[in-house]
Design a protein around this ligand. Sequence first.
Ligand SMILES: C[S@@+](CC[C@H](N)C(=O)[O-])C[C@H]1O[C@@H](n2cnc3c(N)ncnc32)[C@H](O)[C@@H]1O
Length: 211
Amino acid sequence: MKKINQYIESVFTAPDPLLDDVLASIEENGMRQISVPPASGKLLTMLASISGAKRVLEIGALGGYSGICLARGMAEDGTLTSLELVDDYAQLAHRNLTEAGFGDRVTYMTGPALDCLEQLADRDETFDFFFIDADKENYENYLEACIRIAENGALIVCDNVLARGTVAHETAEPAWHTETMKTFNKILADHPKLESLLIPIGDGLTVSIVK
Ligand SMILES: C[S@@+](CC[C@H](N)C(=O)[O-])C[C@H]1O[C@@H](n2cnc3c(N)ncnc32)[C@H](O)[C@@H]1O
């Protein structure tokens, strides 16, 4: 997995000083380096662009790396709503999106994402593109909440669904979220409202279409 990802990245991703600055800002602020890797970021940009995403919702902002990737792919009049537990992280992400030229097209909501999703549903807000990348224990809850506010044909993309490759290795010691992700992947695959596939880029991204 690691070698394949390194190969894909070396061939298909170009140096990106702006995203490097985001990573540096995360380092400077003593935060964990857990942004999506460059190839996953590029895939997010491409998916948002191919789907013509206009109303994008992200769960888990951190320093704004994936937010910039999503914003780069959105339609010209597209907007991003980003949910983040930690207020300082949301502020850093907003500074970085502003630096990237998207400051006026992103809104941050801070606090537990499930509460924010409830508020969005209460306000009858709907979205055509979702990116789920926060606490893994809540993925199933996030999925259901996203489906509730999804437009027909919306895309739902979820990160870390390979759990560092451990979901595929029966004999490997269960590691970080192995069982959670195995269960979650089955839910996606069998969900009557979704058509889904797992793309093994980075730590694995599932892409689902809401039927
Ligand atoms: C893996 S990081 C997100 C990385 C980001 N998507 C990127 O690639 O640039 C996960 C983020 O989810 C946030 N988070 C964790 N639990 C959360 C919750 N219950 N509600 C909202 N955000 C949460 C964390 O604070 C962290 O910033």
